[in-house]
Each structure stands twice: as C-alpha cells, then as structure tokens.
Design a protein around this ligand. Structure first.
Ligand SMILES: [Fe+2]
Ligand SMILES: [Fe+2]
Length: 213
C-alpha cells in the first residue's frame, strides 16, 4: 500500500491544531488511490483517523507507563514487544493524518498523562494488573476497530480500501495483545472484573471525546 510520501512518525499532534486540516470541508483527493471523497465520506475518514491516531498514541503511553514500572521484570520483554507494535500503529496513523489532512484531537495532552498513569498505575498492582489493563484496553480497541470496519464498508468499501486494510491488520494485532494478556494471568489481577469494567468505561469515554474534539 502506498500513501503519499510523507514524513514518518513526526509528532503530528504537536503541530498547531488546524495546521493540517482543510477548513473548507470540501472533497479531498487521496494521493494513493486517486480517490475523491464526498463530504459524507470525508467526515467519516476525518473521525476515523483522528480517533485512531489518539487511541494508538494512548496505547503507546500506557505501555510506556507499564515499562517504567515493570521494564526490568520477567514480563518486560513481552510488554516491550507489544509496545513496539503500538509504535508502528502510531507511526502509520501519524502518516495517514498528514496524507489525509486530518487534524489531531485537541485532547492529546490529556491522553499523554492519562495513558501513562493508567499503564503505571495498573503495573503497580503487579504484572497481573498490567496484563488486566492490556486485556481491557485491547478488547475495547478491537471492538472499536470492528465498528469502524462496519462503518467504512457500509459507506464505500472501494474508496476506503486502503484504510480498511490498515484497520483490519491493526485489529488483529490488538487481539494478539489481548490474548497475550490473558496468557499472562490478567484474570488473577486484584478485582479483575471491576478493574476491567472501569478501564473499558474510560476507553469508551476517550473514544467518544477523541472522535468529536
Ligand atoms: Fe495499537
Ligand atoms: Fe495493542
């Protein structure tokens, strides 16, 4: 797949909000496919890329928090491997954000703090707490990606083909992270069911806000 040649994992969100965004709201041509999107499809792509960029950024901050606490323990290499995949996810959505002229959410500074706090906070409960966090977050993200796949398919599978390929690949990798969490005793975390519900409520709120702001 070849999106327009753009810089890699530049910290896009640090650019002034709106700097990458065309306020005209008109149709936008996708360099990779030559596809021109109408305003309804454009609005969908805007929302999808903005929230997914925010989500992958948040995931990176969660794994950073976990590594700060558990990096030198036996699960350090396992967490690092998942984090490396999240870095690739973020790099891709940063690239799509530039190529598609989508502005980042204004809530990025909040996700910087909240993501790290969630990762470090659950890791302080032990490796089971960190893995419970991973299971909760990855399950929410996989469900979110499935919802987006449905929306994009209903809108126009051909026009959104490249974006669909990216989301499907990342969805599968998030499910692998989910299973790794379960394999490493997530369910033995203190108050696992409550912890999972709380984290997933937070994920739903973060998705709602990042899609809109
Ligand atoms: Fe991810
Ligand atoms: Fe993940």
């Amino acid at each position: 797949m070849s999106w327009c040649g753009v810089a890699g994992a530049a910290p896009v969100w640090r650019l002034r909000a709106g700097a990458l965004w065309s306020p005209s709201g008109g149709s936008v041509r996708f360099c990779s496919s030559g596809t021109t999107l109408g305003s309804a499809s454009r609005a969908i792509v805007d929302r999808v890329i903005r929230v997914d960029h925010a989500g992958e950024y948040g995931a990176n901050r969660i794994y950073a928090g976990q590594m700060a606490v558990l990096g030198r323990t036996s699960v350090g290499p396992i967490i690092q491997k998942m984090w490396d995949q999240e870095k690739e996810h973020l790099r891709k959505f940063s690239e799509l954000m530039v190529a598609s002229r989508v502005r980042p959410t204004v809530l990025m500074p909040l996700w910087t703090v909240a993501g790290f706090a969630l990762g470090a906070g659950t890791a302080l409960l032990g490796k089971e707490g960190a893995m419970a966090c991973t299971v909760a977050v990855e399950e929410s993200i996989a469900r979110h990606y499935n919802n987006q796949i449905r929306t994009l398919m209903e809108d126009d599978p051909e026009k959104h083909e490249e974006l669909l390929q990216v989301i499907k690949k990342f969805r599968d990798e998030e499910l692998e992270h989910h299973d790794i969490g379960l394999d490493h005793d997530a369910e033995l975390a203190p108050a696992y069911a409550v912890l999972k519900s709380l984290i997933q409520a937070g994920c739903s709120a973060a998705i709602y806000l990042s899609e809109r702001f």
